[in-house]
Design a protein around this ligand. Structure first.
Ligand SMILES: Cc1cc2nc3c(=O)[nH]c(=O)nc-3n(C[C@H](O)[C@H](O)[C@H](O)COP(=O)(O)OP(=O)(O)OC[C@H]3O[C@@H](n4cnc5c(N)ncnc54)[C@H](O)[C@@H]3O)c2cc1C
Length: 438
């Protein structure tokens, strides 16, 4: 059977390596250097386009647990990165140039990997195809993906609102209700008095923003204005926009609040809540400072901060099975940031799972799904079952199921979840008897 992987980024490199190491031939397509993306600069595979950090190594961070799971699953990205690690405190940082160069040598010299340096515009002739073309998928190929998925399910920008861990919200400072009582009670309304609103508004105006990159400027014409831009249009504008209180009565006072910030469930479990309409370009520390002025969010843990980026990604909750296969065409798989995960490590991790499943398909076995109790399983569960529109997501502990036993202390709870995740990922590997782990 002929196998093609499109895109030799963080995800595509993992996919191709898993397939090749299991003894199967694979064509790996990469358009660089013939055609660059607006962010990549080199001809190397898995180029690190921005920060050279792979995130925290601490087990109490989602990124730390994800890396431990990836080590257990056998990650070529992490193996090579370890050779070129640079000191960065708790973070795992790499010498980006040496890392990517070495990885490229390994893949290019692998007897089972046939590297094809060309832009893919239409699906290549192969029995199994993995699409891993990333957040900056070429324009031509995006059109082809739209044909496969339906144009309404491929997004070109993410306008992300911050997401908080529901267990850290002060629910005494607001109430659950849908506007005009219509809906399914999925909104929590954080209440602000006139004075609280005015302080919040002033700080929002002062907040420092991240500058937009040239290739990102078009986004503002697409109707997803950052919250601070709405605020700049006048003191009352937010009260007619995302902070409007119409159709809402606070059961404590029997009156309409002065202003509200609505929190909406992001996953079926309701452990993640997003700030509705709060997409923003504020710098991360500024977001934490300013959004913590909302009384219900005073001590909230932000598992994700807001951003507006150029980002090509599919609505996986509508399109993908949790095996990363397309529901309608299971011989096509997606991996990497294009699935709606976010960041270097989450992208590479989905590449490992896609690689495992391609090998399973080649072995004539059923593709598999990692346990939801693991960080990689939690991420895949999120992207394939998200409520509403899919907002890209990186690793965090709110993706994992609540513990059955009561444990005091946030850090202690995370460590218990990590213990379960690492036990479950090891057991899962034992269950999957496959050449991929030989
Ligand atoms: C400007 C910017 C800054 C970022 N900063 C960070 C950060 O600081 N930290 C972080 O964790 N993440 C960051 N990210 C996200 C990170 O880059 C991605 O999470 C990660 O690279 C995704 O891996 P991937 O394999 O899905 O895609 P990529 O690594 O982008 O790989 C996709 C590959 O496909 C190739 N390709 C695209 N189209 C075609 C085609 N038609 N034919 C053949 N090849 C094709 C590309 O050249 C590329 O090599 C940033 C992204 C951008 C755009």
């Amino acid at each position: 059977m002929k196998v093609a992987v499109i895109g030799a980024g963080l995800a595509g490199s993992e996919v191709a390596y898993k397939i090749a190491q299991a003894g199967y031939k694979v064509d790996l397509y990469e358009m660089r250097p013939e055609k660059q993306t607006p962010a990549h600069k080199t001809p190397y595979f898995a180029e690190i386009v921005c920060s050279n950090s792979f995130g925290s190594e601490s087990l109490t961070s989602g990124a730390g647990l994800l890396k431990k799971e990836m080590e257990i699953l056998g990650s070529i990205i992490l193996d090579v990165a370890k050779e070129f690690k640079v000191p960065a405190g708790q973070a795992f940082a790499v010498d980006r140039e040496k890392f990517s160069k070495r990885l490229t040598e390994i893949l290019e010299n692998h007897p089972n990997i046939n590297v094809i340096r060309q832009e893919v515009k239409t699906l290549p002739d192969a029995d199994i195809i993995v699409i891993a073309t990333g957040p900056l998928t070429s324009e031509e190929f995006s059109k082809e993906i739209q044909k496969i998925t339906g144009s309404e399910y491929l997004y070109f920008y993410d306008a992300i609102a911050p997401v908080v861990d529901a267990s850290t919200v002060d629910f005494s400072k607001g109430f659950w209700a849908d506007r005009y009582g219509k809906g399914t009670g999925d909104y929590f309304n954080c209440v602000l008095s006139k004075q609280e609103y005015e302080i919040f508004y002033q700080e929002l105006l002062k907040g420092e923003q991240v500058p937009l990159k040239d290739f990102e400027r078009a986004v503002y014409f697409e109707g997803c204005l950052p919250i601070e831009e709405i605020a700049r249009r006048g003191k009352e504008t937010l009260l007619y926009g995302p902070m409007k209180p119409v159709g809402l009565i606070d059961p404590k006072t029997g009156k309409r609040p002065y202003a509200v910030v609505q929190l909406r469930k992001e996953n079926i479990e309701g452990t993640l809540l997003s700030l509705v309409g709060f997409q923003t370009k504020l710098k991360y520390p500024e977001q934490k400072r300013i959004f913590s002025l909302i009384p219900a969010l005073k001590d909230a843990e932000f598992v994700k901060l807001g951003s507006i980026h150029r980002n090509t990604f599919i609505q996986s909750q509508k399109l993908l099975k949790p095996t990363l296969q397309l529901r309608e065409k299971p011989n096509i798989l997606f991996a990497g940031q294009i699935t709606g995960v976010e960041g270097y490590m989450a992208s590479a991790a989905t590449g490992i799972i896609a690689g495992i499943n391609v090998v399973r398909m080649l072995e004539g076995k059923e593709p598999v799904i990692p346990p939801k109790t693991t960080m990689i399983g939690g991420l895949i569960n999120y992207i394939t079952t998200a409520k509403n529109e899919l907002q890209p997501m990186g690793p965090n502990y709110a993706l994992l199921p609540e513990l059955e036993e009561k444990i005091k202390g946030k850090e202690e709870r995370k460590l218990k979840k990590a213990e379960i995740a690492l036990k479950d990922i090891k057991e899962w590997i034992k269950e999957i008897e496959s050449a991929v782990f030989i």
